[in-house]
Design a protein around this ligand. Structure first.
Ligand SMILES: *Cc1c(COP(=O)(O)O)cnc(C)c1O
Length: 419
């Protein structure tokens, strides 16, 4: 078949998609280096332009000038709940059900411990391929606080439903897989678990800000997620946690620090949990990090979540089609589900030389994706700042790397500490 310029996947077609993109104007709200195509917003979201200014305001005026009075005067005191409600609007959760706090790992510990208290069952279901911190935190929880609890790890997403039987207390599942981008059916799995009396904790690290979520519609029990991925809160930004309103006053969490006390400033010698979601706070929150995260949240809240999801799907499909067309002859294999409705906002390809290829694309050609052992090249699409032409250029650069065997050099095989 004759190729022509207006064909789907041509540069012209991509330019046209960008011209018609209702989210295109968001890109100018981010600092992005000129010579970089950033396809790693699923690991560390880009820096919103407003963040530096806002941080310096908070440092100079709130911390520097108003000092301790800022806890009341500038909303430091209820920042975790205020930001939680903003996250709630992004993930389809009701007011008062989300808290921004701690890291995703710590939040997972808190909510799983709370869930286990609600249920006499001893089995915790998760996936072998879950993000390791989730499994490590479960191991630690069982080791130190378990009452005969055991992990039941499934090898494939197809086995999840069967593994959640009436012995199960809680299933701890990541909604969008960090390795493959595969997205689970949150509503169906939650309903299946509830029908067997089990609870579910959802990890939304790769979901929040990228795919449409409806936690309250799916009757979710507990969830956790990250602030520094698609929410653009900056490196090490606080994470979030969600607890359904129907459960909040029935649960306690083990990290019962003074910020979760009903009357922290009464300085009472014994703990009494605050009502509602605030009992999931622990200690004094990092105000500067919360400040940066709030800028990211305010930005994403201006974008309709439906448009964000539509664009993310379109970018992923374009990337997949272009990879098949331009690069598959060099032995790439799609490692994500072929059906876009089963993918989050990333797409992955396996290649035996994955690490070297990504390093070349990464360092020398200005395409930033990442590599996940043993052979996965991972490309994330943050719909607020990735455009269609980025996708086109990224694939062209990858094609060049393959055509000229630019990856085939010893220096690209040495692994850096952070991949
Ligand atoms: C990124 C990620 C985390 C990160 O946890 P931190 O505590 O922020 O380091 C946890 N779970 C999943 C599924 C992730 O993708």
């Amino acid at each position: 078949m004759q190729q022509n310029n207006s064909e789907v996947g041509s540069l012209e077609a991509c330019l046209e998609l960008d011209a018609r993109d209702s989210l295109a104007h968001f890109r100018c709200h981010f600092e992005l280096p000129e010579d970089t195509i950033y396809l790693d917003g699923n690991s560390l979201g880009a820096l919103p332009k407003a963040t530096s200014q806002r941080l310096s305001e908070v440092v100079q005026l709130e911390w520097g000038r108003d000092l301790i009075s800022s806890w009341n005067k500038h909303g430091w005191w209820d920042a975790q709940k205020r930001l939680g409600d903003k996250v709630g609007r992004i993930i389809g959760a009701e007011l008062g059900t989300v808290l921004v706090a701690d890291s995703t790992s710590v939040n997972l510990f808190k909510v799983v411990a709370a869930a286990l208290d609600l249920h006499p069952g001893k089995i915790i279901v998760s996936e072998q391929a879950n993000f390791p911190t989730d499994l490590y935190m479960l191991e630690g929880l069982i080791r130190h606080m378990g009452r005969g609890h055991q992990l039941r790890l499934v090898n494939s997403p197809e086995d999840i439903l069967a593994a959640i039987d009436s012995d199960v207390a809680v299933a701890v599942l990541t909604h969008v897989s960090y390795r493959t981008g595969r997205m689970l059916d949150m509503a169906a799995i939650t309903a299946h678990a509830h029908a067997r009396g089990a609870l579910v904790v959802w990890d939304l690290a790769h979901s929040a800000g990228a795919v449409q979520l409806d936690l309250s519609g799916a009757d979710v029990d507990f969830a956790v997620g990250c602030g520094y991925k698609f929410l653009n809160g900056g490196p090490g930004a606080p994470g979030f946690l969600y607890v359904a309103e129907r459960l909040q006053d029935k649960v306690q969490q083990p990290l019962s620090g003074w910020f979760g006390h009903a009357r922290p400033f009464a300085f009472e010698p014994s703990f009494e949990a605050a009502p509602g979601i605030q009992r999931f706070q622990c200690g004094t929150p990092p105000i500067l990090s919360l400040t940066a995260l709030e800028v990211g949240l305010d930005l994403i809240l201006q974008a309709p979540q439906e448009a964000v999801r539509d664009k993310s799907v379109a970018l992923g499909c374009l990337f997949k089609r272009l990879m098949e067309q331009e690069c598959f002859e060099w032995g790439f294999r799609l490692a994500s589900p072929p059906d876009a409705s089963q993918r989050g906002s990333q797409i992955c390809f396996a290649h035996p030389e994955g690490y070297a290829i990504m390093q070349v694309a990464l360092i020398e050609k200005g395409v930033v994706g990442d590599f996940r052992s043993p052979d996965i090249l991972r490309f994330g699409f943050a719909p607020l700042y990735v455009c269609y032409v980025d996708v086109w250029e990224a694939v062209q650069k990858l094609k060049l790397v393959m055509q000229e065997r630019l990856w085939d050099q010893p220096r690209h095989r040495q692994r850096a500490a952070v991949t």
